[in-house]
Design a binder for this molecule. Structure first.
Ligand SMILES: Cc1cc2nc3c(=O)[nH]c(=O)nc-3n(C[C@H](O)[C@H](O)[C@H](O)COP(=O)(O)OP(=O)(O)OC[C@H]3O[C@@H](n4cnc5c(N)ncnc54)[C@H](O)[C@@H]3O)c2cc1C
Length: 600
């Protein structure tokens, strides 16, 4: 029988919170939280993405925001029951603010709030036309000069960007731009997505031939339209490309392919952007109120500069330009780097019959895909999770409810378990000379991704080739110089080479702001990505949320969107609501706009 006591305890706490907030009693509300508490807010209270850490920050936020937000109606979410385990009470919750409806999640320890997640789900009066409110698609009856759905759509396509300006322009039509475009479409925000490639999905199609998604299907759904049940667990790159192309069409996105954004500048007087684009060879000016850079965190290649690159007579390119292994059968290939792309490319070259050497300059975190699926993601994103009733929306919210400040504490045991399970595997790799790490504080892959977006390989087979010496390895060295048909390493080794691939990663997204807008705006906005964890490639001070992603920046009306498919799906909801609120003139005072500590 279901234990109703947790429901009573949570309901009573939520009633106390409701009463304190309705009566503007900040002190009383703050005292309902533990001293070491975390309140993560996605837009509902702060018009920002922000975590309040500790009672003082909760108190400050409430003092600043309570008069506007006017929260009310806190309750356990409809159809849900609170649970209690290991001294922690948990529940899904719902609440309202003056302008929005929200939902979230609460964890309670010793009768006080430990973690609280509040998220905006919809703006009152601007709800998405879903379910009972879906469009009818047909108007029964008789109407002279009736226009079909297609005629209306064709007119929109012909006019938007020409006789009618879009409210929002998204530069970059990869999965990020597409997911956000779909959300904005549902919210009726006139939006154009500008994409230099010929077809939606090309940013995946154009990657190296052997690439399959590293994340499993349950983690990768797009908003509104999940993959069917027969979709492969790890989507091959061309298949995900086709899905994105189909999605763009059926979601009726205004997607301008073969269009390059050349320049954008903000007109302070008109309070709008001037975006210079070239569409199929013709110059066009767009004047949106909001501009989103969805140009990809894996879009700006980091190309190293080595002496002799100009004299090397073989093929050399960044991993993003690598065509695949077909023409390198029997050739000597050297791959610089030891993260995901390096491993994928080395394995494909080896399979095609090339002689491959990987040059590892610094240590890499490796986790076997099967172990990551089973131990790292299985409870939230897997067939097992689906069977036990987990939905994508709930999994995203549980993930979001774990505060970044303590997320590593939840992650360390996961990666310790993986280390134990795969001890033999790691031993073999070390024996082959591979330099391994598990993250600065042993917290593994997700923390590395959130902090620096690099430094790991999800093993789908290349590690065995390294351990067995089939992919040759030179570790702890860098490239000293290139000669006509060889590379010289810093330990003096000379490697003959017909091909050199630089799998050396990508630069910060504010490089795009510098390129497309100005260096001044890029510096004003500062580094994009990372938490300020003071670990490798993520310098402090602590920021508490990912820098500049999906939230207001120091440049008015400029937003950054992207990340992996999970982040694109989840955070596009909150970015879309922020943009919609601005379009509808809903006041959006931003609480705690981030300071800039690093330029790039
Ligand atoms: C090898 C590799 C494997 C990966 N595996 C995974 C995975 O398994 N799962 C996952 O979720 N993520 C994975 N990623 C990360 C992946 O890059 C992102 O998830 C995804 O591509 C990000 O989508 P995006 O829309 O933000 O950026 P992109 O897909 O990079 O799209 C950005 C788009 O902007 C366009 N653009 C840039 N500048 C302009 C301009 N001036 N004008 C017009 N258009 C412009 C580009 O043409 C591009 O299409 C992988 C990345 C790499 C490199």
């Amino acid at each position: 029988m279901l234990d109703k006591a947790p429901n009573q305890k949570i309901s009573s706490l939520l009633r106390s919170l409701d009463q304190a907030l309705v009566s503007d009693d900040v002190e009383c509300a703050t005292n309902l939280f533990q001293t070491d508490c975390y309140w993560r807010d996605l837009v509902a209270f702060t018009w920002n993405i922000k975590t309040m850490e500790g009672r003082d920050q909760v108190r400050d936020m409430l003092k600043a925001r309570l008069p506007d937000v006017k929260p009310s109606s806190w309750k356990i979410a409809d159809g849900e029951d609170a649970t209690e385990a290991n001294g922690v009470l948990e529940s899904w919750i719902e609440f309202e603010t003056d302008v929005a409806r929200g939902n979230g999640h609460i964890r309670v320890k010793n009768g006080q709030i430990w973690t609280l997640l509040t998220t905006m789900s919809e703006l009152k009066g601007h709800e998405e036309p879903l379910g009972f409110n879906r469009p009818k698609g047909v108007k029964h009856g008789a109407e002279s000069k009736r226009r079909s759905w297609k005629e209306n759509r064709d007119e929109e396509v012909a006019e938007l960007g020409y006789s009618q300006q879009p409210y929002c322009v998204i530069i970059g039509g990869g999965q990020g731009g597409i997911a956000l475009g779909a959300r904005l479409r549902q919210l009726n925000v006139p939006t154009i997505i500008i994409e230099r490639n010929e077809r939606p999905g090309d940013s995946w199609r154009k990657r190296y031939k052997s690439l399959c998604l590293h994340d499993p299907v349950w983690y990768d759904h797009m908003p509104y339209l999940p993959f069917p049940k027969n979709w492969p667990v790890f989507s091959p790159k061309d298949k995900i490309g086709d899905w994105l192309e189909m999605y763009t069409k059926v979601m009726e996105l205004n997607y301008w392919s073969s269009t390059i954004c050349k320049k954008a500048s903000y007109d302070d007087t008109a309070q709008e952007w001037v975006v210079e684009a070239e569409r199929r060879g013709k110059e066009i000016l767009l004047k949106p109120k909001q501009l989103v850079l969805a140009t990809g965190m894996s879009g700006k290649p980091n190309m190293p500069k080595f002496k002799g690159m100009d004299v090397f007579e073989g093929d050399q390119h960044h991993s993003s330009e690598h065509p695949g292994p077909d023409k390198y059968k029997g050739k000597k290939a050297v791959v610089i780097g030891s993260n995901n792309s390096a491993h994928d490319i080395c394995a494909a070259l080896w399979e095609a019959g090339a002689d491959v050497t990987m040059v590892q300059r610094s240590s890499t975190h490796i986790v076997k895909s099967d172990s990551l699926m089973e131990i790292g993601l299985g409870d939230l994103y897997s067939e097992r999770a689906v069977e036990s009733g987990m939905t994508t929306a709930k999994a995203d919210m549980i993930f979001a409810s774990l505060p970044y400040k303590i997320l590593h504490e939840f992650q360390i045991p996961v990666y310790n378990a993986i280390r134990d399970k795969d001890a033999e595997f790691y031993k073999r790799l070390e024996k082959a000379g591979f330099m391994l790490d598990y993250g600065d504080d042993e917290s593994g892959l997700f923390m590395k991704y959130l902090r620096r977006g690099s430094g790991y390989y999800i093993d789908v087979g290349a590690s065995d080739l390294v351990a067995d010496g089939k992919i040759k390895l030179k570790s702890g060295v860098d490239v000293k110089e290139l000669k006509r048909r060889s590379l010289v390493l810093t330990d003096g080794t000379e490697l003959n080479a017909d091909l050199v691939v630089y799998a050396t990663g990508y630069g910060s997204m504010n490089g795009w702001a510098a390129e497309l807008i100005s260096k001044e705006v890029a510096d004003k906005v500062g580094k994009v990505w990372g938490l300020g964890s003071n670990t490798t490639k993520d310098p402090g001070p602590w920021e508490g949320e990912q820098r500049n992603m999906w939230k207001p920046t120091q440049q008015k009306a400029l937003w950054f969107h992207g990340g992996n498919l999970h982040q694109s799906r989840h955070y596009s909801q909150f970015l879309a609501l922020q943009i919609k609120a601005r379009m509808e003139d809903v006041p959006t005072p931003v609480y705690g706009l981030q300071d800039v500590h690093h330029l790039s």
